[in-house]
Design a protein around this ligand. Structure first.
Ligand code: DX5
Ligand code: ZN
Length: 222
């Protein structure tokens, strides 16, 4: 694998009443990033957390925060999430289609590593002219909004396509990731893996994280 392997447990599947302990549990299990799902009840039909909670997570975390914004009008909020402590900050292309260039500039100005996310129906061709400014492409393998959905293998073609263009940044897959589905993602060229249910709801998170890592390391192409 040319890019570093990143395992990012999604806090959406954690126990929000014990967030500090859950952060420590993910870190002890071998997580590389904390994946933080921000939903606004408009861009997706679910509502999760906002900047004050991200700030508290940052204070407790010992590894980088990978913040996934599933919100309308992302440029309006970019700086607040950067100030709250995002290290990687991703917004959805579909939420910024009308003013993508300006949105990307706004996000770049935050100083975070910048990601652009695409839901399953959204192609990646519109991102191609901007890939040199994008640190991470977040390919959704479920429709954004909820944890615990089934992986959609048809999105793997997007990963292959982006790599065929010579993109050397991070490609992250999010939704329905297990040791089985992650292997196919890694084979296609994915190097960052979000997993909520598979890790946080496993009988033993450390074993599940190790299983995920060894499955990915067994991939042939990435
Ligand atoms: C879905 C979120 C995901 C979700 C993944 O909109 O972006 O990060 O938490 O959950 P699992 O791994 O359970 O599919
Ligand atoms: Zn996510």
């Amino acid at each position: 694998m040319s890019r570093p392997l990143r395992i990012a447990p999604s806090l959406l599947a954690s126990d929000f009443a014990r967030l500090g302990e859950e952060l420590a549990r993910a870190e002890a299990a071998g997580a590389d990033w904390h994946h933080v799902d921000v939903m606004d009840g408009h861009f997706v039909p679910n509502l999760t957390i906002g900047p004050p909670v991200v700030k508290s997570i940052k204070e407790a975390a010992r590894i980088p925060l990978d913040v996934h914004l599933m919100i309308e009008d992302p440029a309006k909020w970019a700086q607040q999430y950067a100030d709250a402590g995002a290290d990687v900050l991703s917004f959805h292309y579909e939420a910024a289609e009308a003013d993508f260039e300006e949105t990307l500039v706004t996000f770049k100005q935050t100083g975070c590593q910048i990601g652009v996310a695409v839901n399953p129906p959204c192609g990646v061709e519109p991102l191609r002219p901007y890939l040199d400014q994008i640190d991470l492409v977040l390919v959704m393998s479920v429709h954004a909004g909820f944890g615990g959905q089934s992986f959609m293998p048809e999105v793997l073609d997007k990963v292959r396509l982006i790599r065929s263009w010579g993109y050397d940044g991070d490609i992250e897959m999010d939704g329905g990731i297990t040791a089985e589905t992650a292997l196919a993602c890694a084979d296609a060229g994915t190097n960052a893996f979000v997993a909520g249910t598979f890790l946080f709801r496993a009988p033993d998170m450390t074993t599940a994280t190790a299983d995920l890592r060894s499955a990915i390391e067994g991939a042939t192409i990435a």
